[in-house]
Ligand binder design. Sequence first.
Ligand SMILES: *Cc1c(COP(=O)(O)O)cnc(C)c1O
Length: 447
Amino acid sequence: MNDFNAKFQCMNDCGETYPLDQIIYKCKDGEGLLEVSQDLDALKQRSGKEWRKLFESRHMGNEWPYGSGVWGKKEFILPGIDAENIVSLQEGGTNLFWAQRLGKELGVSDLWIKQCGNTHTGSFKDLGMTVLVSQVNEMIQKGAPIKAVACASTGDTSAALSAYCATAGIPSIVFLPQNKISLAQLIQPISNGAITISMDTDFDGCMKVVQEVTKDNSIYLANSMNSLRIEGQKTISFELAQQFNWEPIDWIIIPGGNLGNVSALAKGFKEMNETGIIDWKPRIVCAQAENANPLYKSYKNNFETFTPITAKATQASAIRIGNPVSIQKAINALKDFDGIVEQASEEELSNASARADLTGLFTCPHTGVALACLEKLIANQTISKGDRVVVISTAHGLKFSEFKTKYHEEKIEKVISKHKNAPIKTSADPEEIKQIIDEKINNYQMN
Ligand SMILES: *Cc1c(COP(=O)(O)O)cnc(C)c1O
């Protein structure tokens, strides 16, 4: 197994590579982000069929660490890591929800929601964090002088970092924008014992500070600039292919903020293609909130220019990012996967989220952004009736209960809550209540 190996490589093709245990986030030319480069020639020595069988045999099993959706693909992630140093919470393996009723309403019969938020800390960020914290743990076990791991976050990254660090017994530091994340997101790092710094700035401001604080390398930087996380997140693609019996998917819709996830899913599909695990490519849609849409603007300009913006407030607070770290990787990915960027207003994302909930889901606002973009792409006939569509649900709706509550109370500014379902205040009179219930049942659209 040890003939596979991975290393950091400059994504500007300058040829520079670095070992994975070096503390480095950008190429020494100061420009290029790094990406993890897998030894595809070695991986190709096994046939696509053999890999598929191996992945299937490990799926959700109890042989450490392969039962995890991430570590079941260990040879494609961190082939050299010692299994004992892996910090895993059995992440991945999330449900692929067949959105039959919602699909029927929207006019697409093959619609699926990948529930990446049904996981340890409630968002897909666990997938990347298990890889990053495992690598740091291995470095510490081998004597590296790392004192702590830090990140700036729009909420979910900090929750994942603090949980994985607390599991491994490594101190964590999180930098959060004050009053710009949900209460559930704030209480997660606090509960896990992270040093929680609440700053009077936005995410992009937190990002600047964390880069300064981690400069001397005694504190490891866990932002999505760190390409180890992409390796974990790319397993969403492997898992999706496996859940569809390795058969084609036409569209994947991904909410995008810092744009790591778009890049990660593309990397997963690319590596599966190159190693013969699959022989098809989906088209990728990146869904942005209109209030935080720098990629959408660049897309409208055929990606000829990119201008960072100051992101405005959005219910989809985890994607309130104006200057995405992975912009170049995402643009490359979208070009490679015949990609599209679409955007959703506050009203569109709020109503799309509530509409999906009425069919049994409990969607976060970012998933609402993706669903609203899906509606638009069906309306303009980009996505057709028979297409197989997967929407990536990035977090659990329970992390965003303030958003849900405000929606149903009609308290989201400038949003008309088309699908509101307010609690009914009544007397304790059974007759009055029976009448109300009758009326409600008669209005229910059964199918
Ligand atoms: C981080 C996050 C995103 C955005 O992912 P990027 O990789 O930064 O584009 C979307 N939704 C949720 C819930 C997140 O936590």
